[in-house]
Design a protein around this ligand. Structure first.
Ligand SMILES: *Cc1c(COP(=O)(O)O)cnc(C)c1O
Length: 374
């Protein structure tokens, strides 16, 4: 069996939405439809302001800009994030400081976080990978006591909640992606949430070349109207998606009997959005690596293989900022990801459960099945 690793979809509403944009004639990033979209985002996720932008990466760049991060400032990030989280830090000529995570989830190791804060530290970017929440209370305490801003890279975490609040509305600025693979897909795109009027105004100016006055720096990060209309039409599909993803994840978890595998941990007062189901394996690194490769051979896609997942400082671009983070290394070497999006059917779920329950960790050749891809 070969399981679909992407959830790309098409519904009739999109046709009407796009027609509305085409009839509007103005397709650029300054049409009234953009404002309409921003109002929808603001109301749906629960923040005072929303700004539509061209990508999740540009959203993070805007956040750093609005918080006044400039050359030589330090920005604390988890090494378990993808490189897109840190590329905007380099764009601002700031310095990414890698801070260790917990051993069993993507939250910061709070002691390591406190130790990493210097006078030059201006912001923390937290990254709930695959939509998994972590302890925000202790994180917010640190931000407050050290007077440091919190940026949430919630590119994968639309509608993940903590204390009944959406992630991306808890820190100072939330940065979302609406890339094809994300929970709200518009092809390419992103948006920013904030409650701060000054940040909102500064970002609005930044994404349209400082309103072309030539007085202040800015660039072009505007989202096009076509994408905004798709976003407005597809925002209505988020709740349905969350329901199906949750149901699929629960089905797998409820039937998982393999004692060596469990879901990664998250706080009681929080709910993941199941962007993917993330499982942690209680076995040696080599065996988990073999398992990830075996999954792919057996038609179960895993992001660990797909993205050659490893701590960010292992990539040449970030090598100079390397700081060994043992928990993050452990975490990245012991997880597998399972797709639970709405294109996964009951047969797929049975197959995944059967596969997970039959894994034989005894030999070096992980996997109870020889290659079963059909
Ligand atoms: C997708 C993603 C980004 C980048 O978003 P783009 O829209 O592709 O630029 C940043 N951070 C995380 C965690 C992501 O998953």
């Amino acid at each position: 069996m070969k399981i679909n690793d992407k959830f790309l979809y098409r519904n009739k509403d999109d046709d009407f939405a796009l027609k509305k944009a085409l009839d509007n004639l103005q397709l650029s990033g300054t049409s009234s439809i953009i404002e309409e979209y921003e109002e929808k985002l603001r109301d749906f996720f629960g923040s005072k302001y929303a700004v539509a932008v061209s990508s999740g990466t540009s959203a993070i760049h805007c956040a750093l800009y609005a918080l006044g991060i400039r050359e030589g400032d330090e920005v604390l990030i988890p090494p378990t994030a993808p490189i897109m989280t840190a590329i905007p830090v380099l764009q601002q000529k700031a310095i990414p400081i890698f801070v260790d995570t917990n051993k069993d989830n993507f939250g910061f190791d709070i002691q390591a976080l406190k130790k990493s804060i210097t006078k030059k530290a201006k912001a923390i970017i937290c990254v709930p990978m695959w939509g998994y929440p972590f302890d925000y209370d202790e994180l917010l305490d640190v931000c407050e006591s050290y007077n440091i801003s919190l940026i949430e890279d919630t590119a994968q975490a639309h509608c993940t909640t903590y204390n009944n609040k959406n992630l991306g509305t808890i820190g100072n600025i939330g940065c979302f992606s609406t890339h094809d693979r994300k929970i709200l897909p518009t092809g390419e795109g992103g948006f920013i949430l904030t409650n701060d009027k000054n940040q909102y105004e500064s970002i609005k100016s930044f994404i349209q070349f400082g309103y072309m006055t030539g007085n202040i720096f800015g660039t072009n990060y505007k989202l096009s109207t076509l994408q905004a209309t798709l976003g407005m039409s597809r925002i209505k599909k988020i709740d349905w998606q969350l329901d199906v993803r949750m149901k699929n994840a629960k089905l797998i978890l409820d039937n998982l009997t393999n004692k060596n595998i469990k879901e990664i941990v998250y706080p009681k007062n929080s709910n993941p959005n199941y962007y993917s189901l993330v499982l942690q394996v209680n076995k040696s690194y080599n065996k988990v690596k073999n398992l990830n490769e075996d999954m792919v051979k057996n038609g179960i896609p895993t992001d660990i293989v797909r993205y050659n997942y490893q701590p960010m400082y292992k990539y040449p671009l970030f090598k100079q900022f390397e700081k060994e983070c043992l928990n993050a290394e452990h975490l990245s070497k012991t997880i597998i990801t399972i797709p639970v999006h709405p294109n996964i059917n009951d047969n797929n779920i049975d197959y995944i459960v059967d596969y997970l329950n039959k894994i034989d960790f005894k030999g070096e050749n992980i996997g109870a099945h020889s290659s079963k891809v059909m």
